[in-house]
Ligand binder design. Structure first.
Ligand SMILES: *Cc1c(COP(=O)(O)O)cnc(C)c1O
Length: 432
């Protein structure tokens, strides 16, 4: 199967973490998201151990929690002793609910409000990743009012196009994120930051995009960042402590994509970085990385119940399910690839080609096109695999559809709810 936590049992049913998904769907009803907890822990450990081994002490992963932000995941991050990146006060609040130590948190975003900055400082955020000088002024002012010196790093755009989807490519010069090296504005920003009394510039950040399978864009970005660090040292005598290379490692969603060996990836990138650093004579920075997708995506699948099947003779077939863009908007947003299977009859011949549609009043509400599976009957269980990242965290209540329940399976094979299914009362709780 696509990942080693997936299998098929003697009943011809799909299993995750050894548990029968059809039974789980019966027990909890659908739509249902099922997380294999050990998979998240395994991913966290791979990153943590590889970064320590290859980049040295002080280097560790920050889970980009926008991929899946909920108390349960911050609890795992805390137990596995990794850092986090957050992009809003809401994510920060959720992490605080689990008592997450915010000295290991980085606050991102291209438009932090005054509220966000104040909230972050009040709660002892370790670093802001500064996107522009307007927000730097606010950080400096609020830190000054509170009598502290706030740690920051500056987000730079190294000018890399990793050839991924435009909406998830972020390192180009004209990106809405960060400050361009190429235009000279980065150096102005560094000088300006160094003139401020209440912030401490600890380093730099870049993030080139997402769902990248090739090592080259990461090495290119690292080279440009190191070149820039050398230039700053020569020109203004500034030495960098932290180099944060962002996230972006690819995840296998479909059979034709590779399954990356993240440890090997980190080893190769570290080799490259260590050579560049040695040749340039700068002090070796602490390297941070921000895996989001690759930390959680392959830990989870979504289960739906099949409703209607429609055969439009001479055109195409539709299979409709009881979820769709409200729980997974990624196909509608970026035509993302997913593997779809009929969880209740895994090894039957896949002789029915169809488009899998959600239940919303929106013709773009599709989960996948050109799917081949056994022709399903109403009531059968269909699964979309690898839905741990950017699914629940992007979910909405469009058409007043409650968000699904999220279930976890722990290493003993026990199932427990980690996010309750929304109720109709939840849907109207803010309506006056
Ligand atoms: C989205 C994002 C990440 C995570 O990217 P993945 O592709 O999910 O690993 C990391 N850092 C920043 C700044 C991001 O915007």
């Amino acid at each position: 199967m696509l990942h080693e936590n997936l299998s098929v049992n003697e009943k011809n049913h799909l299993c995750i973490a050894g548990r029968d998904t059809v039974e789980l769907a019966q027990k909890y009803s659908t739509p249902l998201m099922v997380i294999d907890e050990e998979r998240i822990r395994r991913n966290a450990r791979i990153y943590k151990e590889a970064m320590k081994e290859y980049f040295g002490d002080g280097s560790y992963p920050l889970f980009a929690s926008k991929a899946l932000s909920c108390k349960y995941v911050y609890r795992i991050a805390k137990q596995e002793d990794i850092g986090i990146d957050i992009v809003s006060s809401g994510e920060l609040y959720t992490a605080l609910c689990e008592g997450f130590d915010l000295s290991k948190a980085y606050f991102h975003g291209n438009n932090k409000t005054d509220f966000d900055i104040n909230y972050g400082i009040e709660n002892g955020i370790g670093h802001f990743v500064v996107d522009n000088m307007n927000e730097l002024d606010v950080i400096d002012r609020i830190a000054g009012e509170k009598g502290i010196v706030q740690g920051i790093i500056i987000r730079l755009t190294p000018g890399i196009d990793p050839h991924t989807h435009a909406a998830i490519s972020t390192g180009k010069v004209d990106s809405k994120f960060g400050i361009a090296i190429e235009t000279g504005q980065a150096t102005e920003a560094v000088k300006y930051t160094l003139s401020k009394k209440n912030v401490r510039l600890d380093g730099f950040h870049c993030h080139i995009g997402s769902q990248i399978f090739d090592i080259k864009p990461f090495c290119d970005a690292a080279r440009l960042m190191i070149k820039y660090i050398v230039k700053l040292k020569k020109e203004i005598g500034f030495e960098t402590e932290i180099l944060n290379l962002g996230g972006g490692f690819g995840v296998r969603y479909i059979q034709s994509q590779p399954e990356l060996d993240y440890k090997e990836f980190i080893r190769l990138i570290s080799q490259f970085i260590n050579e560049e650093v040695r040749a340039s004579g700068i002090k070796k920075p602490i390297i941070l990385m921000e895996p989001g997708r690759s930390m959680v995506a392959d830990s989870c699948l979504t289960l739906y119940t099949v409703g209607g099947t429609k055969e439009i003779h001479g055109f195409k077939n539709y299979v409709s399910v009881d979820g769709g863009m409200p729980d997974n908007p990624r196909y509608a947003l970026y035509q993302s690839d997913y593997t779809v299977c009929l969880a209740s009859r895994m090894n039957d011949p896949c002789d029915f080609e169809c488009t899998v549609a959600g239940r919303c009043c929106e013709s773009g509400d599709l989960l996948q096109e050109n799917v081949k599976m056994p022709k399903p009957k109403r009531g059968e269980i269909l699964s979309v695999l690898v839905t741990g990242a950017y699914n629940y965290s992007m979910a909405s209540n469009y058409n007043r559809i409650p968000r699904p329940a999220v279930l976890a399976i722990n290493k003993n094979g026990e199932d427990f709810t980690v996010i309750k299914r929304e109720s109709f009362e939840d849907l109207v709780k803010n309506d006056l």
